[in-house]
Design a protein around this ligand. Structure first.
Ligand SMILES: *[C@@H]1O[C@H](CO)[C@@H](O)[C@H](O)[C@H]1NC(C)=O
Length: 246
């Protein structure tokens, strides 16, 4: 290498280690298109105006600021007017908009939730949640984190083993699987009211089923012990339809 090449390389390394925020690399490993939806928690920005299209095999890099908090989910079977960005999705739809602009997705949808630093700690907390049900397998994997950084994931297709009472069908196909809370909307299943604490809110038979199939996901309220991951990494890869890495 020449001196100038060494200099450029060093600048590159420095720029990598001094970026303030966190990089999220969104990968679509599914055979079909995914339209990720993104929603910043109140007070935090929403990148990409809240949604975009990822062809099969495509990826998109998002830079989110320090301490960013928000959620991301996959929408499937979408059809949008190219001029207006209006249309609909079979799952995860946000008022029929390509760019969700502050709206959440219609459940059931697998949610990737994260808080990338708080006023109390610079640690990152994240999970793949099935509390609002399931539509597509997804994982969140840190790159370059410290020891003990976990992978949050639901890598299996819960749609194929969804109990019939929880199934969501579109055009004759199972496209989603409701959680017990979503299906029953009762305090017991949703851990609300008198059930709003870990002692009285126990996982249901469905919570146990979800947990058995997706052990690295957050399957019911208060599933913090195995569902919630902690890390401090400069970047994370969020993969829809991740290959099973056991
Ligand atoms: C993020 O939180 C830390 C405390 O952990 C604080 O010092 C810092 O100013 C915050 N950064 C932003 C951009 O809010």
């Amino acid at each position: 290498m020449t001196i100038s090449q060494v200099f450029i390389f060093l600048c590159f390394l420095i720029s990598l280690s001094f970026t303030d925020g966190t990089q999220l690399i969104i990968v679509n490993n599914c055979k079909e298109s995914i339209w990720p939806g993104i929603l910043g928690t109140a007070g935090y920005p929403t990148p990409q105006s809240g949604g975009f299209h990822l062809h099969s095999g495509e990826q998109q890099v998002l830079d989110v600021p320090e301490n960013w908090s928000g959620r991301l989910w996959g929408r499937q079977g979408c059809c949008f007017d190219e001029q207006t960005g209006k249309g609909s999705c079979q799952t995860g739809d946000c008022a029929g908009l390509l760019q969700c602009r502050g709206l959440g997705g219609v459940p059931p949808a697998t949610l990737v939730e994260m808080t990338l630093g708080t006023s109390k700690s610079d640690l990152h907390y994240y999970d793949v949640s099935l509390v609002d049900g399931f539509n597509v397998p997804v994982s969140m994997r840190p790159i370059g984190g410290r020891m003990g950084c976990g992978v949050a994931a639901c890598e299996a297709d819960l749609n194929v083993c969804c109990p019939s009472t929880l199934v969501v069908m579109k055009q004759g196909k199972v496209v989603g699987c409701k959680s017990a809370c979503l299906a029953a909307n009762s305090d017991r299943y949703c851990c609300r009211g008198v059930f709003a604490d870990p002692k009285s809110c126990k996982p249901t038979v469905f919570g146990h089923l979800f947990k058995a199939i997706c052990p690295r996901a957050y399957s019911y309220a208060f599933d913090d012990s195995t569902g919630l991951k902690t890390c401090k990494a400069p970047r994370y890869v969020i993969t829809f339809c991740p290959p099973n890495y056991g």
